[in-house]
Design a protein around this ligand. Structure first.
Ligand SMILES: NC(=O)c1ccc[n+]([C@@H]2O[C@H](COP(=O)([O-])OP(=O)(O)OC[C@H]3O[C@@H](n4cnc5c(N)ncnc54)[C@H](O)[C@@H]3O)[C@@H](O)[C@H]2O)c1
Ligand SMILES: [Zn+2]
Ligand SMILES: [Zn+2]
Length: 369
C-alpha cells in the first residue's frame, strides 16, 4: 500500500523549504520502508536548497535519519519489520572496486544515483503524481521513506533513535575524519576550522584519538563555547584575527600535525593547509560550491611532505563504524546528547533551516510523532 507521508521538500532553489504531504511507494526488491523517528538537519541539506550542492528540485531533503522498518521488499533477508535502522547517504553496493577494497564511502553506485534510489528510480511522488527526487538515496526528512538496503544500517534496539540519527551524517563525518581519514595519533597537535555539527565531531574525534592540543576556530563565540565542551583545548575566533594562519602557527609553536576544514570554503581549506607543520595533513571535510577553488604553495608540499586530502562521510565503513560509534557513546567516550541543541516537529522544518542558516544550533533535529 502506498503510504501518505509529510515530508520536507526543496521545491525551488533559494526559497524556503516546504512541508507537504507526499506519497511513498512500498518497497520493491531489496528495499525497506522506514517509519522515521528522527532526522538531523545538516548544512548539506541547506546547501541543497541554495544550489551549493546541485540537486535538481523538487527534492526531499534529509540524510541523517533513524527509524523502524515497517515493510520489507522481496528478497530482503537481513531486515525484518520492527528492526531499528540508520540511513547511510552513501550506498554500499559491495561489488564495485571501492566497496571491494574497503572504501564504501566512495562506492560507484552512490555517485551514479545521487537523487534517486540506486537503480535510478524513485518511490516518491507528490499528490499531483509528479516524482520527487531524494537527497543521496535517502530523503529521510519525511515521516516514511523507502530506501534500498544498500543505504541502510541495522542498529541495536536499545539505542535511542534520536541520538542514533546523528551518527548517519554529522557524527560519522566528523569523528571519522579524525580517526579514519586522518588517523590522528595520541599526542598530536590538531586544529579544527568550523565548529558546527560536523566540526564539533571532528573535535571529539581528535579528543578520542588522544590529541594533546585541539584548537577550535570559528567566527561565533557561542560555537567556540560548545567546542570546549567537546574537547577543544584552545579556541580562536577568526573574526578577531588579522592573520589566522600566523596566530595558529604561533599558538601551536610551529604548526599542526592535523588540520580539518569543516566549513565548506576553499579559503578555509587554504588556511587548514597553511597551519600545518612539516609532515602535516590537512583534511577538507566541508563541501564547497562546485566553482570554489583553493590555492596552496606548491613547493611546500614537496619540502614539507605535507598532505592535502578530502574526507567523505568520515571515510566510514557504515556497517562496521555505526556500531563502533554506538559503543563509544555507551562507554561515555562520545557525546551525542549534547549535540542536540533543539528539536523540531516536521511542520517547524522551515524554522530549523532558518536556525541552521543563522548558526544557532550544534544540531537541530526533527523528531517525528
Ligand atoms: N564530507 C562530508 O561527507 C560531509 C558530510 C556532512 C556535511 N559536510 C559539510 O561540512 C560542512 C559543515 O557542515 P555542518 O553541518 O557542520 O555546518 P554548520 O553550519 O553546522 O557549521 C558550520 C560552522 O562553520 C562556522 N564558520 C562559518 N564561516 C566560518 C569561517 N570563515 N571561519 C571559521 N568558521 C566558520 C559557522 O559559524 C559554523 O559553526 C558543510 O559544508 C557541509 O556541507 C560534509
Ligand atoms: Zn550531512
Ligand atoms: Zn560499491
Amino acid at each position: 500500500m502506498e503510504q501518505k507521508s509529510k515530508a520536507v521538500v526543496c521545491r525551488e532553489i533559494n526559497q524556503p523549504v516546504t512541508v507537504e504531504e507526499i506519497l511513498v511507494e512500498p518497497p520493491r526488491r531489496g528495499e525497506v520502508m522506514i517509519k522515521l523517528a528522527a532526522c538531523g538537519v545538516c548544512h548539506s541539506d541547506l546547501s541543497a536548497t541554495n544550489g551549493t550542492i546541485p540537486f535538481p528540485p523538487p527534492v526531499i531533503l534529509g540524510h541523517e535519519g533513524a527509524g523502524t522498518v515497517v515493510a520489507v521488499g522481496e528478497g530482503v533477508v537481513d531486515y525484518r519489520v520492527g528492526d531499528h535502522v540508520v540511513s547511510s547517504f552513501v550506498s554500499m553496493c559491495g561489488k564495485c572496486r571501492y566497496c571491494q577494497t574497503g572504501r564504501p564511502q566512495l562506492c560507484d553506485q552512490a555517485a551514479k544515483a545521487a537523487t534517486t534510489l540506486p537503480d535510478g528510480t524513485l518511490r516518491t511522488r507528490d499528490l499531483s503524481g509528479k516524482p520527487l527526487n531524494v537527497f543521496s538515496g535517502c530523503g529521510v526528512m519525511s515521516e516514511y521513506a523507502t530506501l534500498h538496503i544498500d543505504n541502510v544500517v541495522k542498529i541495536d534496539q536499545q539505542m535511542p533513535l534520536d541520538k542514533a540519527a546523528l551518527i548517519g551524517c554529522g557524527v560519522m563525518t566528523g569523528v571519522g575524519a579524525a580517526v579514519n581519514t586522518a588517523k590522528v595519533d595520541a599526542g598530536s597537535i590538531t586544529v579544527v576550522f568550523g565548529c558546527g555539527g560536523v566540526g564539533l565531531n571532528a573535535i571529539q574525534g581528535c579528543h578520542i584519538a588522544g590529541a594533546r592540543m585541539i584548537v577550535a576556530v570559528d567566527t561565533s563565540d557561542a560555537k567556540l563555547q560548545m567546542a570546549r565542551q567537546f574537547g577543544a583545548t584552545h579556541v580562536v575566533n577568526s573574526k578577531n584575527e588579522e592573520n589566522i594562519v600566523k596566530t595558529i602557527t604561533k599558538l601551536t609553536e610551529g604548526g599542526a600535525d592535523f588540520a580539518f576544514e569543516c566549513v565548506g570554503l576553499g579559503e578555509i581549506a587554504a588556511q587548514a593547509y597553511g597551519v600545518l607543520r612539516k609532515g602535516g595533513k590537512a583534511v577538507v571535510v566541508g563541501v564547497a560550491g562546485l566553482k570554489d577553488m583553493t590555492s596552496i604553495r606548491t613547493a611546500s608540499l614537496t619540502f614539507g611532505e605535507k598532505t592535502l586530502t578530502g574526507s567523505y562521510f568520515g571515510s566510514a565503513r557504515p556497517r562496521e563504524d555505526f556500531p563502533r560509534m554506538i559503543g563509544l557513546y555507551r562507554a561515555h567516550r562520545l557525546k551525542l546528547d549534547e549535540l542536540i541543541t533543539r528539536t523540531y516537529k516536521i511542520d517547524e522544518a522551515p524554522q530549523a533551516f532558518a536556525d541552521m542558516t543563522a548558526g544557532r544550533n550544534a544540531r537541530g533535529v526533527i523528531v517525528f510523532d
